[in-house]
Design a protein around this ligand. Structure first.
Ligand SMILES: NC(=O)c1ccc[n+]([C@@H]2O[C@H](COP(=O)([O-])OP(=O)(O)OC[C@H]3O[C@@H](n4cnc5c(N)ncnc54)[C@H](O)[C@@H]3O)[C@@H](O)[C@H]2O)c1
Length: 260
């Protein structure tokens, strides 16, 4: 028996990194997984791999910053799998990291549209279905960055969205507890994914702040993790093991953010 047997999970940013790792973990525990992303080829390939391994998976092209796209993706998931139990609002970008005078309004807004509006839209369109189910678990991917560390000069837009996601998560946990819907956040530290390849760092050296760790790193695995470790934390939050846990952020960083 799996920990998520007969559950349906809706996962954004599922084609790569933490989303893909968590899709595998949830599927291995019996969940049917809806994979949403903008990287069609990668998303479809993941769906095919999951199906070949005997799991139920669906890929949907969905830009989380678009209300129409998210509404459609949630509807398709419910049509195909017959309901919704777990929502993993994980899609996110680092966006542009630059000195504040150089960071352009459209760059600021793009990071907000994906990371923060995307989280709101995913929750907004999923909640009616979770209520119909009679409960559920919403998990939001925030970060240590903007919640416990402020050590990436130039990442002002990114850090602000990650802090905003935690406030949003707490408000939703408060609002939806009476419907047996739990809402929590994970705050990963440095996890090996492709996210940094998709980051635009522009003139951050001009800010003139060099961040150096003190000698000796007390964190587990020096604070560097992989997606399986984040996925296991998400499994805890998605499953009944966390049935009395709502409104919390969990740092998944081996303790590294205690130091910075
Ligand atoms: N990797 C880390 O070290 C780390 C640390 C802290 C937080 N995070 C957070 O983890 C989450 C996942 O990141 P990751 O590290 O797996 O990176 P990743 O780049 O491997 O995966 C992110 C996924 O989100 C998708 N995505 C981007 N824009 C989208 C959009 N508009 N609509 C739908 N999907 C979109 C990408 O195509 C990609 O598949 C992000 O929210 C990120 O901020 C990552």
């Amino acid at each position: 028996m799996g920990m998520l047997d007969n559950k349906v999970a809706f996962i954004t940013g599922a084609a790569s990194g933490i989303g893909a790792g968590t899709a595998w973990r949830f599927a291995q525990e019996g969940a049917k997984v809806a994979l949403c992303d903008v990287m069609t080829e990668q998303g479809q390939a993941l769906r095919d791999e999951l199906e070949s391994a005997g799991y139920a998976a669906l890929y949907i092209d969905c830009d989380v910053s678009s209300p129409e796209a998210v509404e459609r993706a949630v509807s398709l998931t419910v049509e195909r799998f017959g309901g919704l139990d777990i929502v993993f609002a994980n899609a996110g970008v680092n966006g542009v990291w630059a000195p504040i005078e150089e960071l352009q309004p459209d760059e600021w807004e793009r990071t907000f549209a994906i990371n923060l509006r995307g989280t709101y839209l995913t929750t907004h369109f999923a909640v009616p279905h979770l209520k119909r189910t009679g409960g559920g678990s919403i998990i939001i991917t925030s970060s240590v960055n903007g919640t416990r560390t402020f050590s990436t000069p130039g990442a002002s837009a990114y850090s602000t969205t990650k802090a905003g996601q935690v406030a949003f998560m707490k408000m939703i946990a408060l609002e939806l507890g009476q419907h047996d819907i739990r809402c929590n956040a994970i705050c990963p530290g440095m996890i090996h994914t492709n996210i940094s390849q998709r980051t635009e760092q522009r003139h951050t050296d001009k800010i003139g702040i060099e961040v150096e760790l003190p000698k000796g790193n007390p964190a587990v695995d020096e604070g560097e993790g992989d997606v399986t470790e984040v996925a296991d934390t998400c499994l805890f939050l998605a499953s009944d093991l966390s049935r009395h846990v709502s409104g919390v952020e969990i740092y998944v960083d081996g303790g590294a953010s205690l130091l910075r």
